[in-house]
Design a protein around this ligand. Structure first.
Ligand code: ASP
Ligand code: MG
Length: 428
């Protein structure tokens, strides 16, 4: 008998029929002899609808009240799911985040889990009940207020429950079949991965892959939780996201696990590029510029500095950041232009980022050459390059990203034999 944590995303519990379908799945797991703890998201687009409603009554809704409002979405789905399970003859009990002992810091709208004390969940499990927990929410001990974990936070709820209860696996159900070598809507020959390391998954999630939330993957990696990302609309196996220990254990048991040089290709159209033109090439200027940018609240990703022109002693510095952060960063830089002494600012929001990720890169040479070769054969110009130990990212024109992803996917031998079934799925 295992303890299994399951998370169902909003698209899996969008209406009464779907809730009954999910209830049946949960009951089947219970019938197989397992203890089941479920984290559930709000039905369908409930969270978006509540957000819209909040903005209709207040231009800037009070953060405490917004969390009270948004957390109600998951209360609806958890209660309905428990009722549906009841009517199938099984004992089920629903719990809010605070009843479940999900203790967070006090940051409304983006709270971090600091402790999980699942006393009531253990009691319910011991009494033979199926446990349903509202995802995405917690409780702060100092303010004694309800918090929410940020959009997509139910993934994190599930992983935190799995860690606190030492569950055998954390199954994350959505409307896509698992983690693919690329977004099948962009690369039709993308393949579903059987296994991916948590390290690779973190890089993929941080660089545009949307199936799993980065905070949940981070939490899983830190606490040694194995995630199984799969679809609630089929019974097919999904993708296992393995931490280092789980992977080593499987290898020790003689399981064959391929370590592809490149596990996947991620694309991201959500970034913009800012170029600070004519920066005096003297010590301290980069520090000045990025202090200003940081104070504006922008989250900088890639940075490139050109060699300075000998004639002028000036250089250009370009960086990328989320499109939504660009206006504030540009305003802040413009305000300090005279002091920093640069000549002009350029803003480009038509860029796209493509990243290839694979743990095998560490031990193989020529990985970047393959990437640049594929892009050049496809006639695609590279504007910026950055690398980590297991990732290479390039910035290209946004309109080139899809063609670039297909070319690169083929170049690394990732193409599947058949076209992937392209879902309208959101991965939620
Ligand atoms: N309902 C929340 C959202 O839509 C949390 C989640 O779905 O994970 O962001
Ligand atoms: Mg949702």
């Amino acid at each position: 008998m295992a303890l299994i944590v399951q998370k169902y995303g909003g698209s899996s519990v969008a209406d009464a029929e779907s809730i009954k379908r999910v209830a049946k799945r949960i009951v089947d797991t219970r019938r197989a002899g397992h203890d089941v703890v479920v984290a559930v998201s709000a039905m369908g687009d409930t969270t978006d609808e509540l957000l819209d409603l909040a903005h209709e009554v207040a231009p800037i809704p009070a953060p405490r009240e917004l969390d009270m409002l948004l957390s109600s979405g998951e209360r609806i789905s958890m209660a309905l799911l428990a009722m549906a399970i009841h009517s199938m003859g099984f004992e089920a009990r629903s719990f809010t985040g605070s009843q479940a002992g999900m203790i967070t810091d006090a940051t409304h709208g983006a709270a971090r889990i600091v402790d999980v004390t699942p006393v009531r969940l253990r009691e319910a499990l011991d009494e033979g009940a199926i446990v349903i927990v509202a995802g995405f929410q917690g409780f702060n001990r100092d303010t004694r207020d309800i918090t929410t974990l940020g959009r997509g936070g139910s993934d994190t709820t599930a992983v935190a429950l799995a860690a606190a209860l030492s569950a055998d696996v954390c199954e994350i159900y959505s409307d896509v079949d698992g983690i693919f070598t690329a977004d099948p809507r962009v690369v039709p020959k993308a393949r579903k991965l059987g296994v991916v390391t948590s390290e690779e998954m973190l890089e993929l999630a941080a660089n545009g892959a949307k199936v799993l939330y980065i905070r949940a993957v981070e939490y899983a990696r830190r606490h040694g939780v194995t995630i199984h990302a799969r679809s609630s609309f089929s019974s097919a196996e999904g993708t296992l996201v393995l931490g280092p220990d789980a992977r080593a254990e499987r290898l020790a048991q003689g399981e064959h696990m391929e370590e592809p040089i490149v596990a996947g290709v991620a694309t991201d159209l959500s970034q913009a590029k800012v170029t600070v033109v004519g920066v005096p090439d003297v010590p301290g200027k980069a520090a000045e510029i990025f202090t200003i940018v940081a104070k504006s609240g922008a989250n900088v990703d890639m940075i490139v500095q050109n060699v300075s022109a000998a004639a002028t002693g000036r250089t250009d510095i370009s960086f990328t950041l989320p499109k939504s952060d660009a206006a504030a960063a540009l305003r802040a830089l413009a305000a300090d232009q005279a002091e920093v002494g640069f000549e002009a600012l350029l803003h480009d929001d038509q860029i796209g980022k493509l990243s290839v990720v694979g743990a095998g890169m560490r031990s193989h040479s020529g990985v970047s050459a393959t990437l640049f070769d594929a892009l050049s054969s496809a006639g695609i110009n590279i504007e910026m390059i950055s690398t980590s130990e297991i990732r290479i990212s390039v910035v290209v024109r946004g309109s080139d990203v899809a063609a670039a992803a297909r070319a690169v996917h083929t170049a690394y031998g990732l193409d599947g034999d058949d076209e992937a079934v392209v879902y309208a799925g959101s991965g939620r």
